[in-house]
Design a protein around this ligand. Sequence first.
Ligand code: ADP
Ligand code: MG
Length: 253
Amino acid sequence: MTRIIACISGKGGSGKTTLVANLGAALAEMGKDVVVIDANLTTPNLGLHVGFPIMPITLHDVLKGKAKINDAIYTHHKGLKIIPAGISINDLQGIDARDLPNALLDILGNSEIVLIDASAGLGREALAALESADETLLITNPELPAVMDALKAIKMAENLGTKVTGVVLNRSTRKGHEMTKDEVRNMLDTEIIAEIPEDMSVKQAISKRVPVVYHKPTSYASQEITKLAGRLVGENVVVNRPLHQRLFGFFSR
Ligand code: ADP
Ligand code: MG
């Protein structure tokens, strides 16, 4: 059975696209058949994160009825599959985000896991991602505005009957001005299933158009994303930490 997981946040810039690219990469590394989909139809950039910035057939073509979804799937040489979106303004003409759930029907049964990168906000596009999914990962940063938006997103997912699998706390530094993990958990009343640190390697990887999980698998961010991948599929993954990290671990404070 195919598991469809939407990644939403409410607030933009929380790390949805980065998470979808890297969670997909981590799951593919574990041998899973995974497809990541760019459902941020108005401002897509998932393709950039995985090295497929401009592709001939995209999700927009599928939504316009010009192509079949299986023709819009591209495979990264490391195994991850992606359905990118069109990046031109012209791509936006004649599409309706509400057609997304139907467009995805043809890939059901062909993959183990589908990860949907949703748009920011809680408008029609984000709603379409939620409606297409069986479950939702909420991504937020440890600051009040992001957490408040995440709370609304959780309520929206619940209202639609989409299971909220957990909250991913991203860009955590554990500095005093940030909300603590417990504060975020209490406010959202939802389990925090991963805490990904603020990590320069993430930005370096994006600039190289490679998921950080591939670019720097030993980075703190990659390790936490890999652990999350293992947790999502109920498998134990062994993360080999370099010696310097074992001595001065980010999360050992
Ligand atoms: P969203 O899709 O939610 O709008 P993105 O995934 O595009 O957010 O992330 C926005 C930016 O935040 C990225 O381009 C990257 O520079 C930065 N970023 C995301 N996660 C991390 C992280 N764990 N550490 C450092 N920078 C990060
Ligand atoms: Mg994004």
